[in-house]
Design a binder for this molecule. Sequence first.
Ligand SMILES: [Zn+2]
Length: 384
Amino acid sequence: MEKMQKTGSFELLKEDRHTGARLGRLHLAHGVVDTPVFMPVGTQASVKALEPRDLTELGASIILGNTYHLLLRPGTEIIESLGGLHKFMSWDRPILTDSGGFQVFSLNNLNKIHEHGVEFSSHIDGARLFLGPREAMAVQRALGSDIAMVFDECMPYPCTEDYAVRSVRKTLKWAAECFEQPRAESQLFFGIVQGGEFSALREMCARELTAIGFDGYAVGGVSVGEPEDVMIRGVEDGLRFLPIEKPRYVMGLGDMYQMTESVARGADMFDCVIPTRVARHGTAYTRRGAYPVKGAAYKLDERPVEEGCTCYCCRNFSRAYIRHLLNVREISGVRLLTIHNMHRYLEFMREMREAIANDCFNEWRKECAAILRPNGLKSRAGES
Ligand SMILES: [Zn+2]
């Protein structure tokens, strides 16, 4: 009989013999998450163009919610008084919430960094607001997410080493302050490794966060405009000194090649707006790469968006029809293409987990790289 796992525990089911890839199972208050996992992003308490029943059908096991956006609209008190984020959006599976730190730093030119947080202007109406460790944890507690993230500073790229050192010190101080705050029942709490492109800083940050003792760890400040090889090195540096028995999440990264390379270095969790955003721009992801469905070449194309795909969109509609819907801006065009793209993403992760389970992750990874990076791997770091 399978033994019952405690909520909050992470089972490390398998470690790949040739790479740092791992197979895991995360037991959360609202369900079980098999890793490596991709988390669809539900910025405004909704994964754009999809409903919770779509996500359930597509096999999404966990989604992400954005503290910053929900704090601004509709406001934390409203969601809390309506029973928390799960009930508000009618999603009964796990949710991870970010801390708002990334948006406060990236969406605001008018932010002022103080000792206990950041003063910023709402990007909607310009109202002056304040978010720090205490506030970010209070919002995530009120939302009732399964996993809360620390409030950190996401430093810009590029930045000087001096700036990076001061920034990491602040992130560590804020992490310790967040750790003191109360949490929602059974809510897990992840620390975030920062340090930019400076390996020694990433190491120092990872070691100090580990000493605090979080339930899991994330690598932040990657995919912020740096070249791909710098990004992959940042992921590697961020992951290297984290405890193996805890889940590891690479934030904001969702390019399939980059996710594969991160998994090869020991990453377990990802989130990104790519599959939904790209669908809104009329681009489909397939096993052979991405293509614009809006193209005139598909005007009379009776084939589905991707041949052999089992998603609702591909089982029922032709490329010609989806192209037409997109070109006349019918809502259903975006919706159907989002269903397809999300299916491809979640299927990609299922295939990745299967490859790890079947001891062929490295071969699978090379096949993927040949399709996703036909001009060769840009980074050879971490190859074995
Ligand atoms: Zn499809």
